[in-house]
Design a protein around this ligand. Structure first.
Ligand code: SAH
Length: 258
């Protein structure tokens, strides 16, 4: 990844992901700001600030703003889970965002649907070089060889969960203040935004704040559900058995890659 000399902000969407990171940090100290717990310390020799994002766009934007303005991080890595929308985006796959849109932004007729008022665009894109580097790293971490070798992912038993070898996708992630869980809602979203691969509740807000501050960021999501009416596997179990392991392995690989 680009070689930032300074601190890296790591935002985790789930408490289990946060805990997995804290478990491998040797020296974290806790600072409370804006009702959030910021963990300042090191991970693989890099200075990091790790924090729970909190759910929803405003919560995530506030967390991002504090990370940027109080901790002066040079880069933000966001990890979490999301609903899969795109064809071929399956539970257990990972999506790396190369563009993010707020699917519930609609100030029409004043501005076109999805456009960020005053910004003249609807989609925000993280720096292409960082996205490519992150995608390459995720592909290595989740390659069949890496999974077979065990290592950081030795505790992930895909077969037991009925999952197959994860695929890594790069593309559009959409965010809004709703948990999407019906086939109709999926159809509406994919009709309006056909390029969307995944839907979640924070990424585009993080993107907007990072964009305003001019700080690079990456949004990485493990697909936990298909956002439709199908009950897949149990959400907490998926986080515990798969997503938190992926997040940790990915963040560690990104930091080691330096
Ligand atoms: N059981 C969790 C609830 C998670 S809410 C808890 O008690 O904390 C959903 C979180 O997962 C959000 O962070 C959101 O970004 C992401 N997410 C996963 N699937 C989603 C979907 N289908 N629609 C919207 N957000 C989703």
């Amino acid at each position: 990844m680009n070689k930032p000399a300074g601190r890296i902000g790591i935002m985790a969407a789930m408490p289990e992901e946060l805990q997995a990171l804290l478990d491998v940090m040797p020296d974290e100290s806790l600072e409370r700001r804006a009702g959030r717990e910021f963990w300042v310390g090191h991970l693989h020799g890099r200075e990091v600030v790790v924090v729970l994002s909190r759910i929803g766009k405003v919560a995530a934007a506030t967390t991002t703003t504090v990370l940027l303005s109080c901790y002066g991080v040079d880069q933000i890595i966001f990890t979490g889970v999301a609903g899969g929308l795109g064809a071929g985006v399956r539970v257990g796959d990972v999506v790396v965002a190369d563009a993010l849109i707020q699917h519930d932004m609609d100030a029409s007729p004043l501005f076109p649907r999805f456009e960020l008022p005053g910004q003249g665009v609807s989609a925000l894109a993280p720096p292409a070089a960082l996205t490519t580097s992150v995608r390459d790293t995720v592909e290595q971490v989740l390659s069949p060889a890496a999974l077979a070798a065990g290592g950081a992912l030795a505790d992930v038993h895909l077969d037991a969960l009925g999952l197959s070898q994860p695929r890594v996708h790069q593309g559009l992630i959409i965010s809004g203040d709703q948990f999407i869980h019906s086939a109709q809602a999926c159809r509406d979203l994919t009709q309006a935004l056909p390029a969307a691969l995944a839907v979640e509740m924070e990424g585009a807000a993080v993107a907007q704040v990072c964009h305003d501050f001019g700080v690079p960021y990456a949004v990485i999501r493990t697909i936990s559900d298909r956002a439709d009416d199908d009950a897949h596997i149990d959400f907490p179990r998926f986080i515990e058995a798969v997503a938190r392991h992926y997040s940790l392995a990915i963040v560690e690989a990104l930091l080691k890659r330096g």
